[in-house]
Design a protein around this ligand. Sequence first.
Ligand code: PEP
Length: 269
Amino acid sequence: MDTLCPLFVGNWKMHKDAAGTASFFESFRQLIGSPARCDVVICPTFLGLETAVSATRGTGIRIGAQNLHWAKEGAYTGEISGAMIRASGCSHVIVGHSERRKYFSETNESVSKKTVAALDAGLAPIVCIGEFERKNAGEVIAEQFSGSMGMLTPGQFAKIVIAYEPVWAIGTGETATPETAAAAHRLIRGQAKGRFGEEAANNVRILYGGSVKPDNAKNLMAEPDIDGLLVGGASLDPVSFGEIVNLSTCEASRTSSVSYAKSSMIERG
Ligand code: PEP
């Protein structure tokens, strides 16, 4: 039996320029030690990716983008492809964040195309799903799961990370209780089991996101179905994010039947 090492992802949204990115890592690297005790991915803006990649070389911290286009290249003004992100040294990319669904009209269809494009480029997609209001979680999860990742092959599904992010909890200070979050994670795992089988469902990492802070992270991580956290606001401050990351170690993680331990994380590009 191997372990699913906890994964902590920082989503910086549209914050920090290259200088801010460099200064974050100067403090953060010292706070979390090297190598980090669990899996850590930070997602700066596109303009911060290269600075972040060089600032974290040799630390085990991985870098991800917040979005990609589904085409490999072409006449798509203002867009960036998975291959370009991979070539800049990234290993991950967030796909289908609710802010992209809300402000940039992303649909399950575009999210599914981007998920496949990320995998084709050698990136691990962190696919976000979650209900907008405090109701119908089950229905929305089922619809977004099948629309955003239901068409993957089992081999592709084994390489993704899922983030459950109830939209009402993002940036509002209204974190889901650990019980509510864990219940949603079980629903997602149930969807994964129905579509890809029990082993695949047990081995996919499901992160919780929505107003995670150092003072609520511990109780969320105590839930066996929560495999890590996607953190927005609190990941901008090295001290807060360091406290969240330092709560867990790889050894403390959930047992899984297939190796998805630290060493099997996608390497940097
Ligand atoms: C997010 O950006 O995905 C997020 C969860 O933000 P916050 O932690 O600020 O709620």
